[in-house]
Ligand binder design. Structure first.
Ligand code: AMP
Length: 211
């Protein structure tokens, strides 16, 4: 299965991507994770991306398209993949189509803006392995520590109120129109991501027709 996960920031793409990845035995490719790693390592791409990410803006299409094309050409993608956070503009969706990579389904996680603001404000992630947590909805066993690897839990630099607002605007203006693009191609399915993780997973599996 070659799958695209869509939805506003904080819709649960990372969490559901991880669950689907285990279930289907294919990797999740998250452009956000790739860019944050590039920033940590201060690569050329990382240095370029940092300003955009911290302001809640999108990294230029040509930069991100090149990174994703490179990643999708790796042999492990032959058995399938889950794209999390790409494409995010119509130009990126068109570039993906033009690259000849076949997409089987595009799943859009639907969550209202007020829920997103609450979620992103309480979100934390492991600084070592990137596992997602929330100080309200998904607390670790030991405060501030990752259950999986013991890494320190941090708040993402772009999860602050001003940037959250920008990211939601960017989503509605630049990313949401892609839903039409994929609906016309007959690939779009939707699932509510408004409730608990387990409920969203049920909705996701049903939307994808996975037993
Ligand atoms: P995410 O972890 O998916 O929320 O992405 C975090 C940030 O990385 C976004 O707010 C963008 O600044 C940048 N980013 C991630 N994916 C893309 C993309 N496909 N196109 C442009 N910028 C992206």
């Amino acid at each position: 299965m070659n799958l695209v996960l869509m939805g506003p920031p904080g819709a649960g793409k990372g969490t559901q991507g991880e669950i689907l990845s285990k279930r289907l035995g294919i990797d999740t490719i998250s452009t956000g994770v790739m860019l944050r790693n590039a920033i940590k390592e201060q690569t050329e791409v990382g240095k370029l991306a940092e300003g955009y990410i911290n302001e809640g803006k999108l990294v230029p299409d040509d930069v991100i398209v090149a990174i994703v094309k490179d990643r999708l050409a790796k042999p492990d993608c032959e058995k399938g993949f889950i794209l999390d956070g790409f494409p995010r503009t119509t130009a990126q969706a068109e570039a993906l189509t033009a690259s000849g990579v076949k997409i089987d389904k595009v799943l859009s996680l639907e969550v209202d803006d007020d829920v997103i603001v609450e979620r992103l404000s309480s979100r934390r992630e492991c600084s070592k392995c990137g596992a997602p947590y929330s100080v309200l909805f998904n607390k670790p066993a030991v405060e501030g520590k990752c259950d999986k690897c013991g890494g320190e839990l941090i708040r993402r630099a772009d999860d602050n109120p001003e940037t959250i607002k920008n990211r939601l605007n960017v989503y509605h203006e630049q990313t949401e129109p892609i839903k039409d693009y994929y609906a016309k191609a007959g690939l779009l399915v939707t699932a509510s991501g408004a409730d608990k993780v387990e409920d969203t997973t049920k909705n996701v599996l049903a939307a994808l027709g996975i037993e």
